[in-house]
Each structure stands twice: as structure tokens, then as C-alpha cells.
Design a protein around this ligand. Structure first.
Ligand code: AKB
Length: 379
């Protein structure tokens, strides 16, 4: 199987880990800019530009989720420990609290977020706070607040203070009327979940702020992300993480999606590398502000077979969750990420692709590798 290398890596990490202490992620967020909220368009105090600092000063919202700590670790190696601040509304475990700057930030508290950006002279904001797809359907009002109102706060603050803003979108931004195999960057987007609607909203609002106010908005559409030492919470693709933990802890796994449900997936290292590469890409290489990124595509039964190669006694049963199944059935099976490859050099390395399209090295990929090797490579 093409993805066996990635699975083996995750399985090994899961086997070595005493168990993840992370809780499912539910966070809040906030934003604005020099025109919208309370700053007049002729205000001259906004503000700290990237060029004023040797390194970006990064704030990560929703930092205790599946991706925040990993991204902080990567960016801290690159830019220095004190230049990357993790934030969340939850209390961090002690090893995270002691590993670098951590701050309380509620994205729904606009003033609190603005104060953090100003006091810490933030230049890059990575906005990870969000309710995921399945949990969003069980609390639409909260998902709307966190995912949409929170985004408005972040957008306004980023525009006001001249920040480079990264907001992840995902396969969830597509729906049953989108082409599914592969799904291109530009096509019909009519998602049927509040999560998906909020992701399309984020893509469009970010692009609007880019054109209207010059906001340096950057967005990647992530597949489902597979990680060993951090867990997602409330997502439809969570099964692909849970299977490793359950296999190690109990030797049994009950899957809530049908065995043949095929979804795009990516190993966390690739996802974080893509995020850093896209954040560092020169603006003139970005012909768009929202890109698909792809790595592999598989179904629960294929994943189970791979894990069983490491743990032959693993018992897998199926108890279908109708909400999650309906969501998964409306999502892409595979992403077309040719624009990311051509524009800023995206290329998966730790995993192989399941699509039939060959991985060709473009000049953009060569440029991206050069940028990473010019003394800035992440360890
Ligand atoms: C979810 O399943 O909700 C997320 C996603 C793919 O957006 N992991």
C-alpha cells in the first residue's frame, strides 16, 4: 500500500507513547482591520510590519488542538522560542506551558485578542480555533460563534495591524454537489454542515479582505490529519487517529464510518510543513489565496489492514454514526493540489500519493526546497 510508510510511523509513535493526555479540542477565537471596526481609515498607527523584526512574531489561536503544539515546535526551532506564542482558552498541560510562551486568549473577546497582538507585537497570526465537523452539528450556535464570529475578530485585527494571517480550510468546505475524485481548487462549494459553511465563509472573507484591504491572507485546505501524540476532537476524520490509540490501548477498534468510506488524509508532519512553506512563500508566487493540499486517500478497511500488519490481533468492528457518515459521503475522496505544486512548490515527501497523477518536480518545488535549505530548514 502506498501509505504504509506513514502508517507505520504513526503506529510506532503511538506504541511508544504512554497515551495522549490531550482533550478533544474546543476553542474560541476573535478579529479586525483598519477600516472595519473602530479604527478610522486615515489612522497612521497601524503598525508593526514584518520588516521591523528579524523574525515573525507568531500567535497561534486554538493552540491546544491537534496541530497547534506541533506547529509551535516547528516555528520555535525556526524563529526562536520566544517568537511563537501559543494561545487557548484551556489550561495547558505542564510540559506545554513550560516549553514556550503560552497565553490565555478567547477569540470571541475582541479586545483581549487585540491587546495580545499589540502587546506582543505580533506579525503572523495562525488561526486554529474552530469547532470541527461532527461536534459543530451537535452545537450549531456555538460553531457559528466560534467559527464565524471568531473569524471576523481575527480578520479585523489582522487587517488593522498588518498581520500575515493563516486560516485553515479543509475538505469540509465541499459538499455533495462538488466533484469528488479529484476535487479541484475552484468548483461548486455547497457544504451541508455549519463547519463547512464556516470554512467557505472564511475562504471568501479572507480573500475579500485581501482584495479590499490588502490583508496578507493565506489559506490551505487540509485533508484529515493523522497524528500520534495529539488528538483531534469532534471531527469526521478522527477515526483515522483513534484507531492507532485504541489498537495500542485495548486491541479493539469500533469504527463509526463504513469500511469503504474513502477520504483524503495527510500525516501531520506534511501538514505542518505545508503550512510553514505557504506562510513563507513570496506573495508574488501566490496566484490564489486558498489552495488544496493532498497526500493520500484511503478507507477505514484499508487503514485497518495496514494497522493489523503491525498489530495482527487488532479487532475492528463497525457501528456507523449516521451524522458522520453523511458528512463523509459529501466530502472529497481525493484533492487536486496541482496549483499548490505549481505556485509555491508544495510536494508531499513522507507519504506517497494514491492518485494516478505523477509527482513531477516543478521549478516552484525547486524554489521551495531552496528556501528551506537556505539555513532555515526545520529539524
Ligand atoms: C473534521 O473531520 O471535521 C476535520 C476536517 C477534515 O475538516 N478533520
Amino acid at each position: 500500500m502506498p501509505f504504509i510508510r506513514a502508517f507505520s510511523k504513526v503506529a510506532k509513535q503511538a506504541l511508544l507513547s504512554p497515551g495522549c493526555g490531550c482533550q478533544p479540542i474546543t476553542v474560541a477565537v476573535r478579529t479586525i482591520s483598519f477600516s472595519p471596526r473602530q479604527v478610522t481609515s486615515d489612522a497612521s498607527f497601524h503598525s508593526v510590519s514584518f520588516s521591523e523584526t528579524d523574525h515573525p512574531k507568531v500567535l497561534i489561536t486554538g493552540g491546544l488542538g491537534q496541530l497547534g503544539v506541533g506547529l509551535a515546535t516547528m516555528l520555535r526551532k525556526r524563529f526562536g522560542n520566544n517568537n511563537v506564542i501559543l494561545s487557548d482558552i484551556r489550561k495547558p498541560p505542564s510540559h506545554i506551558f513550560h516549553s514556550g510562551p503560552f497565553i490565555y486568549s478567547d477569540i470571541l473577546d475582541y479586545k483581549n485578542l487585540r491587546e495580545i497582538v499589540v502587546n506582543n507585537r505580533i506579525t503572523w497570526l495562525v488561526h486554529y480555533s474552530a469547532l470541527l465537523s461532527a461536534v459543530g452539528e451537535s452545537n450549531v450556535a456555538l460553531a457559528r460563534d466560534v467559527n464565524i464570529t471568531g473569524l471576523h475578530n481575527v480578520l479585523d485585527i489582522a487587517a488593522e495591524h498588518g498581520l500575515r494571517l493563516f486560516v485553515p480550510s479543509t475538505i469540509g468546505a465541499f459538499g455533495p454537489t462538488s466533484p469528488r475524485n479529484p476535487t479541484p481548487d475552484l468548483c461548486v462549494q455547497r457544504p451541508r454542515t455549519i463547519y463547512g459553511v464556516s470554512k467557505v465563509h472564511a475562504e471568501l472573507m479572507g480573500e475579500y479582505y485581501h482584495h479590499r484591504y490588502g490583508l496578507d491572507f493565506r489559506c490551505l485546505r487540509y485533508p484529515g490529519i493523522i497524528s500520534a501524540d495529539s488528538q483531534p476532537g469532534g471531527g469526521t476524520t478522527d477515526y483515522a487517529v483513534a484507531i492507532f490509540h485504541d489498537a495500542v490501548k485495548t486491541g479493539k477498534f469500533e469504527c463509526n464510518l463504513k469500511p469503504d468510506t474513502r477520504l483524503p488524509m495527510m500525516y501531520i508532519d506534511d501538514c505542518l510543513r505545508a503550512t510553514v512553506e505557504m506562510m513563507e512563500a513570496p506573495a508574488d508566487t501566490l496566484s490564489m489565496r486558498t489552495y488544496n493540499i493532498n497526500a493520500m486517500s484511503f478507507s477505514p478497511e484499508e487503514l485497518a489492514q495496514e494497522v493489523q500488519k503491525q498489530l495482527p490481533d487488532l479487532e475492528v468492528t463497525y457501528d456507523i454514526d449516521q451524522v458522520r457518515q453523511a458528512i463523509a459521503d459529501s466530502w472529497p475522496m481525493n484533492f487536486d493540489d496541482s496549483n499548490a505544486r505549481n505556485d509555491w512548490g508544495w510536494n508531499t515527501t513522507t507519504t506517497s500519493r494514491s492518485s494516478s497523477r505523477p509527482c513531477s518536480t516543478t521549478s516552484a518545488q525547486t524554489r521551495a526546497s531552496q528556501r528551506l535549505t537556505e539555513g532555515k530548514e526545520v529539524a
